[in-house]
Design a binder for this molecule. Sequence first.
Ligand SMILES: *Cc1c(COP(=O)(O)O)cnc(C)c1O
Length: 398
Amino acid sequence: MTEYRPDKSGRFGEFGGQFAPETLMPALQELETAFETAWSDDVFHSQLAELFASFVGRPTPVYHAQRLSERVGAAVYLKREDLAHTGAHKINNTLGQALLTKRMGKSRVVAETGAGQHGVATATACALLGLECVVYMGAKDIERQALNVYRMRLLGAEVVAVHKGAATLKDAVSEAFRYWVSSVESTHYIIGSVVGPHPFPYIVREFQKIIGIELHDQMSGDPGSLPRPDVIVASVGGGSNAMGIFYPWIRSGVDLVGVEAAGHGLESGEHGASLVAGSPGVLHGSMTYMLQDSDGQVVEAHSVSAGLDYPGSGPEHAYFRDEGIARYVAVTDVEALAAFHEFSKLEGIIPALESAHAVAWVLREAADLAGKTVVINLSGRGDKDVQQVAAMQEGGAQ
Ligand SMILES: *Cc1c(COP(=O)(O)O)cnc(C)c1O
C-alpha cells in the first residue's frame, strides 16, 4: 500500500490548500495538530477500532453478487457499506471526528447537512459519545427531508434552519462555518466528505480508508481468499466513499472508477459531474474541480440522488483525475433509477440512489467488463430513497 499525505500547505499536487478566512486559520491549525497527535497514538486507534467493530459492525462483508454477475458476465462483488450502522459509510467519518472532538476537550459538534444523511450520522456519533450536536440545514431542505430532521432530533441534535440564500446545502455550510468560528473553543466542525480546507480532506480520507484496507484483506487473491479485483467502482459526490475504497489500492494496477451524477445529461448542464465536466476553481475552502460559469460563479448541481447533488468534489480526486490515478465517468438519473430497480430484483438488496450510480455504470459497461473481477462499493442502503422513487413513479417521471 502506497501511503502519502498532502504537502505542508495541504495540497495534493496543485489541488487542496486552505482558502479560508483569517478567523478560521487558528481552528484549522488546532485541528491539524490534534489529528496528527491522535493518529500517531495507539490508544486512539484502539478506541476507534473497538467502536468500528462493536458499534458500526466492521468489517463490513464482501458479497459475491451472483445474479448480477451472470447478468454482467463478470465476477461482481459488493463491499457492503450499506450494512454499516445507520446504513452507509458516513458513520466511519463522523465517529472518527467525534472521538477527535472528545480528545480536543470540546463538548459540542456543529455540522452541515443537505438531505440529512450526514446530519443523522453526526447526531448518532454525538449521542454515542455524549456530545452536544448542532446541525445547520437549509430551510428548504428541512421541508423536503422531514423524516431525517425527526431522526436527528430523536438522537438529541438541535437542527437549525438556514433561511439565507437559496436555503439549501451551500448556505448551511456557510452558516455552520460561521458558528464554528464564533465558538471554536468549545466546538468542533464535522465536515461530511473529503472536501473543505486542509486538513479536512486528509482527515476524512484517513477515517474512510478502512473500507479499502478491509478489502485488501478480503480480496487478497491468496489461496483461500477471494480473487484480487481488476476494477473497483464507487459513486462520487464529495468523494468520501470512493476515496475510502480507492486510496489503499492506488498504483496497484487495479482500475479505479469514480461514478459521478450526469443528472439530466451532461449536455443539459443539469448534473453533478464536476470531475468529468467541471473545471478547476475554489470551492468551500479548497482548489478542486467544480461546476462554475464563465464568471467563476458556482453553478447549482443536479442529481436524482441527494448525496451526489454537489457542485464539486474533493481535491484529492482532482489530483487523481489529472494524474490518471483513477478515472471518472458519469451516469444519468434515468440510468441510475433503472439500476436501482434492476439491482433490487436481482440481488434482494435495495441500494442507495448514490450507490445505484456505480451499479448503473457496471451494467452499462458489461461488454468491457466481461470476465473481470469487479468490486462495487455499495456505499449505502436505499430505504431512505424508496419514498422518493415511489413518488416519482406515481408522478410518471420514471
Ligand atoms: C453521502 C453519500 C454518498 C456521497 O458522498 P461521498 O462523500 O461522495 O461518499 C454516497 N453514497 C451514500 C449512501 C451517501 O449517503
